[in-house]
Ligand binder design. Sequence first.
Ligand SMILES: CC(C)(COP(=O)(O)OP(=O)(O)OC[C@H]1O[C@@H](n2cnc3c(N)ncnc32)[C@H](O)[C@@H]1OP(=O)(O)O)[C@@H](O)C(=O)NCCC(=O)NCCS
Length: 150
Amino acid sequence: MLSNATYPPDMREIGHWFASHEHEWTDGSAYRFAIELEDRVIGIVDVDSIVGGSGSLGYWLEKSAWGKAYAFEAAQALIDFVFYEIGLSSLGSGHAFDNPASGRVLTRLGFMPVGARELFSQSRRETITQCCYELARQAKHTPRPELRDS
Ligand SMILES: CC(C)(COP(=O)(O)OP(=O)(O)OC[C@H]1O[C@@H](n2cnc3c(N)ncnc32)[C@H](O)[C@@H]1OP(=O)(O)O)[C@@H](O)C(=O)NCCC(=O)NCCS
């Protein structure tokens, strides 16, 4: 379901990908986090392709961790980070037409559907239809000053 990753995984390619993360973080082009459960990495959530205050959200989990809303929880934390600590103003994302679980994660996060496009999937080695979504930063809720101490 990952359009940019080859399948089966190419370990050399993955090694290069991991090696680029520190530089991406420093130059502000991507922020990638491990999702950990009981001291073990079970997935990754990231925002990449950052240009002009906008980026692209992605996530994936190992199969044993599916169906427990971990993707939602991790993506929500990353969205807060990129909007309110990094200062991005919008995010895009997308999922393969036949991956409704990912669509449910996006709509629960508040993403709005904005159409579809044809895309070459590296993992499937075919052109697929990708459903596209967007999320704009909104003012973060803070209690009114007079209510804070009551
Ligand atoms: C997509 C993925 C990250 C979902 O993560 P998750 O933590 O298992 O997601 P959730 O448990 O929150 O499930 C998401 C929703 O999809 C629903 N769902 C699960 N499988 C479904 C299916 N086959 N059809 C329709 N809905 C489905 C769940 O009921 C849930 O709905 P809810 O929000 O109403 O409760 C995970 O399946 C995954 O890693 N897949 C492989 C990689 C991938 O697809 N990455 C995204 C690329 S766009």
